[in-house]
Ligand binder design. Structure first.
Ligand code: PDD
Length: 282
């Protein structure tokens, strides 16, 4: 049985108890991070802790652990659960007041802080060999996709709709422009060999993997929007995320990308990223 971290305690996963009035439960008033583990070490820990700090400050949630406490929590969980490869999930909610109320609880209400591990093969992922088939759907999420909140219902609905349609995942679009995947940033490489990726604004999550991958790219990079049509005609396509690293996309709305197998630049980039991640993990 896993050991999880909840509000300062390391406990068996079955013993974690949270109030029914917790703001995370009633309002999705919570932010989170997913950090990958390779060789028992944390990948891009600083990037994730910094983004969590930004999500906390944008939502005004206070009282979360500081950087050194997060490091201690992560290392304790990795060690207690003997995680060689997988993820650590962190969540901070605005805490549990005495009742349901749209108004925030008093500022001294402690946040609820949860962390748990998931052991899983990440580097040897069969999907990376096969590549993903994605379908596009309207991006109807709220206007602050740059904050990593636990309001994941729309993304989850769309991912399940994509699977029901025989695909693996969704790429969301606003007015015909691709924003991002259900839980990944979306990128294409054009037939001219240019890597195109959505600019960092409020429409997408500012991916920690995206930020680490871009400096490893050999191609010219354009940070601009790209349309559904441009994506369907791309030479290569891929997604990036903490849990998937660099994951090839081989079909968009039934249009075969390249020759239908992971593109060579994407495969190289996945290897380069995994090499970088292993080398810099702490
Ligand atoms: N998802 N876009 C969205 C909407 C995401 O949820 C994620 C991450 C990303 C990629 O960000 P990063 O490279 O920092 O993981 C982009 C995580 C993995 C999840 O929800 O499981």
């Amino acid at each position: 049985m896993r050991t999880i971290y909840l509000n300062g305690n390391y406990i068996p996963e079955t013993e974690g108890k949270i109030s029914v009035f917790d703001r995370g439960f009633l309002f999705s008033d919570a932010v989170y991070e997913v950090v990958s583990v390779l060789d028992g070490k944390l990948v891009d820990f600083n990037g994730h802790v910094q983004r969590l700090a930004r999500s906390l400050s944008e939502t005004g949630i206070s009282g979360a652990p500081d950087t050194s406490s997060w490091l201690e929590i992560c290392r304790a969980l990795v060690s207690r659960n003997a995680v060689e490869e997988g993820m650590i999930y962190w969540q901070v909610t605005r805490g549990a007041p005495q009742d349901r109320d749209f108004v925030f609880p008093p500022a001294d209400t402690p946040p609820t802080v949860l962390a748990f591990t998931q052991s899983r093969a990440l580097a040897d992922n069969p999907s990376a060999q096969r590549g993903l088939r994605v379908v596009t759907m309207p991006d109807l999420r709220w206007g602050r996709a740059d904050i990593k909140t636990t309001q994941l219902l729309y993304a989850s609905l769309m991912k399940n709709e994509a699977i029901a349609r025989g695909a693996d995942d969704v790429w969301m679009e606003r007015d015909g422009w691709i924003t991002e995947g259900s839980a990944q940033n979306a990128h294409i490489i054009t037939t001219e060999g240019v890597l195109v990726t959505h600019p960092l604004n409020r429409e997408i999550l500012h991916g920690i993997t995206r930020a680490a991958v871009l400096p490893l790219v050999a191609q010219q990079i354009e940070e601009r929007r790209f349309s559904v049509n441009e994506a369907e005609q791309a030479a290569e396509a891929f997604v990036s995320s903490a849990s998937g690293f660099v994951m090839p996309v081989v079909q968009i709305n039934g249009h075969v990308i390249g020759n239908g197998t992971p593109g060579s630049a994407t495969v190289q980039l996945r290897q380069a990223y995994i090499g970088w991640a292993r080398h810099t993990a702490i």
